[in-house]
Design a protein around this ligand. Structure first.
Ligand code: ADP
Ligand code: MG
Length: 143
């Protein structure tokens, strides 16, 4: 294992349900440290760009509308094995298939409105972090 950074998003449904604190608490209790965080209301252009990998999928237009329907929290998480650890804490994309005790099992309404995003690999983590954060917006933990 190595110390990694990954991108997390509390999606518009998670913010609407006032789950920001609960989601951050689960990351912190799981050993993931927040090293960058901000609230944004994504534009259509930003949401389309962020999810461009899914642009041929039938759910893409709905996904873009969902992700621009309200503000989101974007954050950079740091820790041992952070990319995989974040995915474990989130649970599977479809809440019906997510392990008990995961964020999506506990709070997601559907396969679309599933509360959180997390990078799925080291290349995507690097790319997704730089999509939202300048270098000076990420603060190394000095204590
Ligand atoms: P994950 O967020 O678990 O990495 P994907 O990258 O496959 O999942 O999909 C990105 C997002 O698109 C999902 O989190 C969800 O919001 C939405 N999505 C995925 N699959 C579907 C689907 N079959 N129908 C509607 N929305 C979907
Ligand atoms: Mg994904």
């Amino acid at each position: 294992m190595a110390v990694e950074r990954t991108l997390s998003i509390v999606k518009p449904d998670g913010v609407q349900k006032d789950l920001i604190g609960e989601v951050c608490r689960r990351f912190e209790q799981g050993g993931l440290h927040i090293v960058g965080i901000k609230m944004l209301h994504l534009t259509q252009e930003q949401a389309k760009g962020f999810y461009v990998v899914h642009k041929e999928r039938p759910f893409y237009p709905d996904l873009v509308n969902y992700m621009t329907s309200g503000p989101v929290i974007v954050q950079v998480l740091e820790g041992e094995d952070a990319i995989q650890k974040n995915r474990e804490i989130m649970g599977a994309t479809n809440p019906a298939e997510a392990d008990p005790g995961t964020i999506r099992a506990d709070f997601a309404a559907s396969i679309e409105e599933n509360v959180v995003h997390g990078s799925d690999g080291s290349d995507t983590a690097t790319q997704e972090i730089s999509f939202f954060f300048d270098k000076d917006e990420i603060c190394a933990r000095t204590r």
